[in-house]
Design a protein around this ligand. Structure first.
Ligand code: APR
Ligand code: ZN
Length: 364
């Protein structure tokens, strides 16, 4: 029997308005779909951007949240990769296996990532758009089975939820997008949850000089705890000059931008050593424009690239990051600044805007 579930979640009805907790309905999982009971969800910047209408303006009403862990409650026909009771991290990249990228063995670039059918509705019957095809500020959500990555039940839901987006994005940017090598030097511009995850990734890769750049002294202090060897307060003068001073006049082998602003991208491009790699991780707004001295850029050589989701492959990388957490090599406890209730999600956005948190995590 097709059974409809009634769930509770945070719904953003109109751009700029606070998210409101409402009941909503979820269709029974169709073939290859899964109903997941959420245990924990990180509160990420992208949820705030969506709520404010900066990102995906046409999707209202949104079901907020896209960084979650939970329990598989019901599976549709034909699901083979998970079963009821499995403990999973949700991924917003689930390679289709058939697109032009999957077909040439590059599933991390999949252009047709799998999602469930749009089967969640407000109590008035209006279709809900789950953020990034997931929706995790809620008791239950409907996803494609391939978006579910099982992990060890002994690991805590709050920390595991963060692997689903911010932490994976940062660690993957260092490991896969920049391919940081042992002994290299790295600069990370912007040390929020994503920047600190880049720092952890750079340390795991064996970087020996890790320069953290931020405008908030508190963020620089926590960056050191994640593994930064040097810090720069960008309000105290040109960070490019300071980075060069700290690297024998040369600049870094790899630079990362994790703010999402044109000026900080320019800093990241110019602070590299010859042949260095610059990776853009921050999401800029539609108006941002780069001011690039082309001859200088050419003279540095190397590469400039964008990293989405840390170029990760969730089936490979979520269990890896979970193992590293279990072994004490990835300090996710320190990323979880606050554990909150669903009712406190709006306050968590304000705390994020005030720079008080690396991550608030909603515990259901
Ligand atoms: N120079 C250096 N650091 C800056 C500057 C600046 N001009 N402006 C802001 N910052 C710092 C903030 O102080 C903060 O520590 O950048 C950091 C941004 O962190 P968060 O707001 O916590 O965002 P986070 O979740 O880490 O995401 C960063 O990556 O994936 C993207 O969408 C995400 O664009 C966002 C970025
Ligand atoms: Zn594909």
């Amino acid at each position: 029997m097709a059974e409809i579930t009634t769930a509770r979640g945070v719904i953003a009805r109109n751009p700029g308005e606070p998210g409101v907790i409402e009941e909503f309905t979820i269709d029974a999982p169709q073939a290859d779909e899964v109903l997941v009971r959420i245990l924990a969800s990180g509160v990420c910047h992208t949820d705030l951007s969506a709520k404010n209408g900066v990102f995906g303006t046409s999707g209202f009403p949104f079901l907020l949240g896209h960084e979650g862990s939970g329990i598989v409650e019901r599976v549709g026909e034909g699901v083979t990769n998970v079963q009821e009771g499995d403990y999973v991290i949700l991924a917003w990249r689930a390679p289709c296996g058939e697109c032009r990228f999957c077909n040439v063995g590059k599933p991390h670039l999949c252009s047709a990532s799998l999602n469930a059918h749009q089967g969640m509705r407000t109590m008035e019957g209006e279709l809900l758009t789950p953020i990034l095809g997931i929706g995790t500020f809620c008791t239950h959500t409907l996803v494609h089975s391939r978006q579910c990555i099982p992990v060890d039940k002994a690991l805590p839901p709050e920390q595991m939820s963060l692997i689903g987006c911010g932490v994976m994005t940062g660690v993957g940017a260092a490991l896969y997008s920049a391919k940081v090598e042992p002994g290299q030097s790295v600069a990370v511009i912007g040390c929020g949850g994503v920047g600190d995850s880049i720092i952890m990734g750079a340390r795991l890769a064996g970087a020996t000089t890790i320069i953290a750049v931020d405008i908030d002294p508190g963020k620089l202090e926590s960056a050191k705890e994640f593994g930064a060897t040097h810090t720069i307060d960008a309000r105290e003068g040109d960070p490019v000059a300071r980075i060069k001073e700290m690297t024998g006049g040369n600049g870094v082998n790899a630079s990362f931008e994790a703010v999402g602003r044109a000026e900080t991208i320019e800093t990241a491009i110019m602070c590299r050593d010859l042949a260095g790699t610059c990776v853009i991780v921050g999401v800029a707004d539609q108006q941002a424009m780069l001011n690039l001295p082309v001859a200088k850029f050419f003279d540095i050589g190397g590469s400039l690239r964008v990293s989405w989701y840390g170029d990760c492959l969730p089936t490979r990388d979520f269990p890896l990051l979970a193992d590293w957490y279990a072994q004490g090599r990835l300090d996710l406890d320190r990323v979880v600044t606050r554990v909150i209730t669903l009712e406190e999600s709006e306050e968590a956005f304000h705390a994020m805007e005030r720079g008080e948190t690396l991550r608030s995590v909603i515990r259901l």
